[in-house]
Design a protein around this ligand. Sequence first.
Ligand SMILES: Nc1ncnc2c1ncn2[C@@H]1O[C@H](COP(=O)(O)OP(=O)(O)O)[C@@H](O)[C@H]1O
Ligand SMILES: N[C@@H](CCC(=O)OP(=O)(O)O)C(=O)O
Length: 369
Amino acid sequence: MPLTIVVKIGTSSLTQPETGLLALSTIASVAETLSQLRREGHRVILVSSGAVGVGCARLGLTERPKAIALKQAVAAVGQGRLMRVYDDLFTTLQQPIAQVLLTRSDLVQRSRYLNILNTFKELLELGVIPVVNENDTVAVEELKFGDNDTLSALVASLVKADWLFLLTDVDRLYTADPRSVPDASAIALVDSIEELNKLQVQTGTQGSQWGTGGMVTKISAARIATTAGVRTVITQGKYPRNIENILQGELIGTHFTPQPEPTSARKRWIAYGLVPAGKLYLDAGAIAAISQGGKSLLAAGIKTVEGQFDTQEAVQLCDSSGNEIARGLVNYSSDELQKIRGYHSREISTILGYVGAETVVHRDNLVLT
Ligand SMILES: Nc1ncnc2c1ncn2[C@@H]1O[C@H](COP(=O)(O)OP(=O)(O)O)[C@@H](O)[C@H]1O
Ligand SMILES: N[C@@H](CCC(=O)OP(=O)(O)O)C(=O)O
């Protein structure tokens, strides 16, 4: 049966750690593996990092730039180089590819989100392998994916992929960073992300010299993808051919089991496509009502309102310590909520002087995160 497969490869696999130069044999092996999957009839998307790393190598910079403008300029140099290499390799294998550069704001507006989906569908229908990256050169700090692990999970969720492969420079997830904790234990299967809390997995916040997020972003990518019903695997980029063995049932790397009942596309867009504009701190009753009772959020359960937002914007719903429990689209602006928080719904019209919605976040627009 043809599968939809998203493969993300990180800078740490695409470049040689000592020099920052391209790891040509790895890239060639990725091109061969993905072209073979295409020939077998699968639909394949490659999410490739490397614009900044390759740009640095091209310009002789010895470390990842921190200043935004420099990073954006370097990415512009590297992205072109990277695509040139991919196109040469894939063309040799008679496999057409396409460059798709996305920014976070492309997913925020529902019409643009659906537009991107249609473009992906068309490319896959044409037998093309889209090569996706964040459009680093125009991305603005407040509205960025920031890392390609998240981007790849959002793409996998958008196209309803069957598999997401996160190729990196370690063979799988461990209970702690194997670089600093050599006796950390390997984790082969994760049935739910909550298990990782129980195992007390330590992820650090640092990646390798050229990578960005380390394992933190890979785990949050696995959370997004598995919620969307996408089986996710963290495995080593040096051996892309393992992807075929994994598809044939071998348990290589760390596998994250997809949720049996994926959240609807609209709710996934609310949870992961939109960028929250504020926070609502809830009391215990409201938390129980939304998380266990599947109820809508009412004004009475809101203790504090943080941020400036308009009606129909996305907000985070948090416990008193600020831990996010859910996200949703609000029926009231932040100014209105400051006035009605803590009050019973029947009092809203008297306080505001007009009749508004009974709920602050209706359950159809609310998703547990
Ligand atoms: N619990 C963990 N298990 C495995 N690797 C970990 C863990 N915590 C941190 N890491 C680090 O994450 C790195 C991979 O992340 P990163 O460099 O961002 O890769 P990429 O460029 O592929 O995105 C590994 O080299 C490893 O040192
Ligand atoms: N868009 C950036 C990638 C950022 C990123 O997530 O890098 P990595 O951790 O190596 O996957 C680039 O192309 O350099």
